[in-house]
Design a binder for this molecule. Structure first.
Ligand code: CP
Ligand code: NVA
Length: 312
């Protein structure tokens, strides 16, 4: 079975065209401006978002919940372990049942296959709220944040240092879709999955891989990092001494452009992938990123639910 073409799922950045992604970000900015101006808009009164979490969450859970409420809709918070999913009901059957009740489904889960199986079997849109493989909502908020601070991302250079994880995979896809350069520094054995690099390069992305964090951040416009141990990967965690050279600290950030931004999806592990001095310092925009999850996801919900209706 394949994903139904008439439904607007938000599964991955690579699944959407540059034009659609840009229209979502334009809508996100417009919605944010109108919210700050005090405008109340409730286009989704009567609509219900089901939120399924197979992993913990603070930002994703609250920003989707608040976003849907601001749009006039309602939410149902579900955890996989409390559903029949946790007693081996299939994702396909769950997708078909939920589609009879709710208007849209958001899922944070383990393997990417589970997310795709949900999208293939649902008859309502499905949004990826993080899988082991990707985190596209986060990266939409990050691109929005960069552009708020520094203007168009096209032609800029980002660096990632640390573990090659799900957030990085979506950043790799974004580099191709939004046309910015990306330097990645990871320890050997922690590189991003080659299929993401191959896709980005085939889509015209300029993505470089190194083991040298200083070379990766030299002169860049933005440094991004994330935890060294993603959720569900605790058993595969590598020693801190492997990752310590990739820590974003004052010495490393000095190699970036003086106006470089520092980004982190949060939660941060202070003293590990980033020092207090950087995350609380002048380069950091981590709380803007967190706020923009709300605005970006409202635009994603709108694109899924109403075909990205122009927001003016
Ligand atoms: N950045 C992010 O997705 O945070 P949560 O895990 O708190 O949702
Ligand atoms: N890479 C992290 C992101 C958390 C938002 C994880 O998957 O745990």
């Amino acid at each position: 079975m394949t994903i139904k073409q008439d439904l607007r799922h938000f599964t991955d950045i690579s699944a959407l065209s540059p034009g659609v992604l840009r229209s979502i970000l334009d809508d996100a900015r417009a919605r944010k401006n109108r919210l700050k101006a005090g405008n109340i808009e409730k286009p989704f009164a009567g609509k219900v978002l089901a939120m399924i979490f197979d992993k913990p969450s603070t930002r994703t859970r609250v920003s989707f919940d608040v976003g849907m409420r601001q749009l006039g809709g309602e939410t149902i918070m579900l955890t996989g372990s409390e559903m029949q999913l946790g007693r081996s009901e299939t994702i396909a059957d769950t997708a078909k049942v939920l589609s009879r009740y709710v208007d849209i489904i958001m899922m944070r889960t383990t393997t990417h296959d589970r997310l795709i199986e949900m999208a293939e079997n649902a008859t309502v849109p499905v949004i990826n709220a993080l899988t082991d493989d990707t985190h596209p909502c986060q990266i939409m908020a990050d691109i929005m944040t960069f552009e708020e601070h520094r203007g168009p991302v096209k032609g800029k250079t980002f660096a990632w240092t640390g573990d090659g994880n799900n957030v990085l995979h979506s950043l790799v896809e974004a580099a191709a879709r939004f046309d910015f350069n990306l330097n990645i520094a990871t320890p050997e054995g922690s590189e991003p999955e080659s299929k993401y690099l191959a896709w980005a390069r085939s889509a015209g992305g300029n993505v470089k891989l190194t083991t040298d964090p200083i070379a990766a951040v030299e002169g860049v416009d933005c440094i991004v990092t994330d935890t060294w141990v993603s959720m569900g990967q605790e058993g595969r965690a590598r020693g801190h001494n492997v990752f310590m050279p990739y820590q974003v600290n004052d010495a490393l950030i000095r190699h970036a452009h003086p106006d470089a931004l520092f980004m982190h999806c949060l939660p941060a592990h202070r003293g590990e992938e980033v020092t207090d001095s950087v995350i609380d310092g002048p380069h950091s925009v981590v709380f803007d990123e967190a706020e923009n999850r709300l605005h970006a996801q409202k635009a994603i919900l709108a694109w899924c639910l109403e075909g990205g209706r122009p927001s003016v």
